[in-house]
Design a protein around this ligand. Structure first.
Ligand code: UDP
Ligand code: MG
Length: 337
């Protein structure tokens, strides 16, 4: 790896499991034993990253106890509750595995399904999403809003999934390192990752009733999801060059305004009619001003994107694979030449 560019991150083990935890004291021991069993069965070299999202119950001590007896567990304690997306983002930042799997701590997902995600992953996908079958949650408060949201998200982002809300998903290392999360955006990762050119698959997974405690969300989440969706659609469509989008609208509107103005000018010159009282003149002027507005908004948006890319060193491309001949060891380079 010595000759790799320094800014390229490399995975250091096969598998990272990311678990967001908020007041789940009754689930932690069982989570540890079920995960340990399921992960041992995969035969992979793994780590579990548990993010304690500011729990106020006994989760803190229980997680520390698990970590003390199992070195494969890393525990990150937040200072306060920052939300599931932030917890997942912290897990992604810390993850070192080539495949990163997110899973809920309440055991609604079955850790044994991880193996099935990995099998699908091996077929050459970058994201494998769980699709919960036979959902146990309430029909009206959860399943119907969720079905509608999934339709809407699939339609508007072009990445068709039946179950965006299922936390059990597997991602390639490059995907988790290349994505910036905030708000409630974790559920949109497959859509956000579209611009990286990822291959996404979906497999049915088991849904179980929550083992202990109660859900941290209510119906109000649906509204947040819809608002986040608007942001996601914006990010996806205007991302690199907002000027192209605003500029196109500006030229269209301004062009129509200019044509109308030209028509009125010719009309006046040729027929000696007055045009000062014609509504069409106002429309022409309005459209020309709007056109200029659109183009200048586009330029401003473009400059914001430029700042964003440069200040955060966001890549403008994503690599699937790099191949190059590697010298066996430093010094033996010449032998193969
Ligand atoms: N969670 C979290 N921070 C929060 C809310 C939830 O880390 O602010 C965790 C929670 O402990 C669980 C997962 O996110 O592991 C999913 O939460 P929950 O089961 O309440 O959501 P639901 O399954 O009802 O959608
Ligand atoms: Mg749950």
């Amino acid at each position: 790896m010595s000759n790799s560019p320094e800014n390229i991150l490399h995975p250091q083990l096969e598998l990272s499991i990311v678990v967001p935890i908020y007041n789940e004291e009754g689930n932690i021991d069982r989570l540890h034993s079920e995960l340990t069993e399921a992960l041992a069965a995969t035969g992979r070299d793994y780590e579990v990253i548990a993010i304690n999202d500011g729990s106020q119950d006994g989760s803190y001590d229980l997680l520390n106890a698990v970590q003390a007896r199992d070195p494969r567990w890393h525990v990150i304690h937040f200072r306060r509750n920052f939300g599931q997306t932030a917890a997942i983002a912290a897990g992604f930042d810390a993850a070192r595995g080539e495949i990163v799997v997110t899973i809920d701590a309440d055991l609604q997902n079955d850790p044994r399904d991880i193996q099935r995600l990995l099998d699908k992953f091996a077929e050459g996908y970058d994201i494998v999403s769980g699709w919960r079958q036979d959902r146990k949650e309430s029909l009206f408060l959860r399943r119907i809003p969720s079905a509608l949201a999934n339709r809407l998200i699939s339609r508007s982002t072009g990445v068709k999934l039946h179950d965006y809300g299922c936390t059990l998903k597997a991602y390639h290392f490059d995907v988790v390192k290349g994505i910036q999360l905030y708000g409630e955006l974790h559920r949109f990762i497959p859509a956000l990752a579209r611009q990286m050119g990822v291959r996404v698959a979906e497999i049915p997974v088991k849904d179980r009733a929550r083992q202990w405690g109660s859900s941290k969300y209510g119906f109000s989440r649906t509204f947040k999801v819809v608002l986040d969706l608007i942001v996601v659609v914006f990010i996806l469509s205007y991302f690199n060059r907002p000027l192209y989008v605003f500029g196109a609208a500006g030229f269209l509107v301004g062009g129509i305004g200019t044509l109308l103005g030209a028509y009125l000018t010719v009309f006046k010159l040729l027929t000696e009619n007055k045009i000062g009282d014609r509504p069409l003149l106002q429309l022409a002027a309005l459209l020309m001003v709007l056109g200029v507005q659109f183009v200048s908004t586009g330029i401003v948006a473009d400059m914001i994107m430029r700042t964003y890319h440069e200040s955060q060193r966001k890549p403008i491309y994503f690599v699937r694979e790099r191949r190059r001949s590697q010298p066996e060891q430093a010094g033996s380079e010449r032998e193969t030449a």
